[in-house]
Design a protein around this ligand. Structure first.
Ligand code: NAD
Ligand code: DAU
Length: 355
């Protein structure tokens, strides 16, 4: 049995679905169901007793301790977090609460559980913390990609809170011997991506005839990885990673934002042409830049490739086409996530940028 936190979010739900498509090992899924948690992502698991969903907070150490005592998982994979940089700029507090304080309480509960395990169960137990390349800060155009030993230089409240959580996880290994693994991944994309992030927002807005807002000059570079490749990397690290080690995960796919948006427009022009025959590119607009916007992220994934033999299976071209197809087929999912709270936040964010 494994315990996944944040398994109703974008990456967590892909992970749970992929895990149960390859294994009969039960997953306990602990998720607070914030605006980003969506049980509809897991609707194919209704009635599947290999999936036990628990609504709750990673910061609730009484709840977590009770779950651990009851289910005795052999591993925990911690996806739960506030994850959106723009939200961390408009309101950092939830990020501090979940990503730092919540991770601390989770670690405390896990430490208590692990201390009481015996023999093989204690030896084999793992706590895998899912983190981000953003903790390393921003690269200039010519700097080499981030390796695992790159200095931490987080620039947003989101990345600072993730950096703090990484440090706590590291300290629980060095001080208490907790068998931890940490992964730092680049930008993911794929099914169930909440339409506040660049790729799903552009697809959803394009189809709705709305503007496609590019922050600043659109030349910021991100390194894109198809979400199912991130999930396979996590499985591989869980299986073979060396305790206490950090593994960077990425797809060697650096692209400027404007190129991503052009690609999405071109795919939509091909797959769902606009009625009047014009390109979706005509919907692109420039808006005020994100404060403190990191210019470039790039992951050097050589360590996980060399030491654990992991490689992504999608190229950017195959992954982005699958993603656009998924959003075209899953329009009801999009409609359902566009809840009142989500719309209110989108309005606030973009009204301020366009003013
Ligand atoms: P997401 O925002 O889509 O999902 C986060 C999930 O965590 C949601 O289901 C939410 O309900 C849950 N959650 C939030 N606070 C919680 C709490 N206090 N207790 C329990 N559950 C809580 O995020 P995502 O994009 O799926 O990211 C998952 C993890 O991967 C995060 O830790 C993020 O930092 C990391 N990451 C994301 C990316 C990316 O490109 N999305 C890249 C690298 C790393
Ligand atoms: O690098 C990994 C990180 O990737 C994860 O840790 C975060 O959880 C995840 O949200 C993502 O962060 P980004 O800030 O890179 O993702 P986002 O989709 O918000 O933005 C991607 C780029 O696109 C960024 O340079 C900002 C820009 N952008 C974004 C939006 C939403 C726009 O130009 N317009 C937009 O409307």
């Amino acid at each position: 049995m494994i315990l996944v936190t944040g398994g109703a979010g974008f990456i967590g739900s892909n992970f749970v679905l992929d895990w149960l498509s390859q294994s009969d090992e039960t997953v306990i899924n602990l998720d607070a169901l914030t605006y980003a948690g969506n049980r509809e992502n897991l609707s194919s698991l209704i009635g599947d007793n290999r999936h036990i969903f628990v609504q709750g907070d990673i910061g609730d150490s009484v709840l977590v301790a009770a779950l651990l005592a009851k289910h005795q998982p052999r591993a925990i994979i911690n996806f739960a977090a506030e994850s959106h940089v723009d939200r961390s700029i408009l309101g950092p507090e939830d990020f501090i609460q979940t990503n730092i304080v919540g991770t601390f309480h989770l670690l405390e509960a896990v430490r208590g559980y692990w201390a009481n395990l015996q023999g093989d169960a204690k030896q084999q137990f793992r706590f895998l913390h899912v983190s981000t390349d953003e903790v390393y800060g921003s690269l200039t155009k010519d700097e080499p990609a981030f390796t695992e030993t790159h200095r931490y230089e987080p620039n947003s409240p989101y990345s600072a809170s993730k950096a703090a959580s990484d440090h706590l996880v590291r300290s629980y290994h060095h001080t208490f011997g907790l068998p931890v693994l940490t992964t730092n991944c680049s930008n993911n994309y794929g099914p169930y991506h909440f339409p506040e992030k660049l790729i799903p927002l552009m697809i959803v807005n394009a189809l709705a005839g709305k503007p496609l807002p590019i922050y600043g000059d659109g030349q910021q570079i991100r390194d894109w990885l198809y979400v199912k490749d991130h999930c396979s990397a996590i499985c591989r690290v869980l299986e073979a990673g060396v305790v206490g080690e950090v593994y960077n995960v990425g797809g060697w796919n650096e692209k400027p934002n404007i190129e991503i948006v052009h690609t999405l427009c071109d795919l939509l022009d091909e797959l769902r042409p606009r009625d009047e025959g014009k390109s979706y590119r005509e919907q692109i607009i420039t808006v005020v830049d994100r404060p403190g916007h990191d210019r470039r992220y790039a992951i050097d994934a050589s360590k996980i490739e060399r030491e654990l033999g992991w490689k992504p299976s999608e190229t950017f071209e195959t992954g982005i086409r699958k993603t656009v197809d998924w959003y075209l087929v899953n329009q009801p999912w999009v409609a359902n996530v566009q809840s009142g709270e989500y719309r209110a936040w989108v309005e606030k964010n973009y009204n301020e940028r366009c003013a």
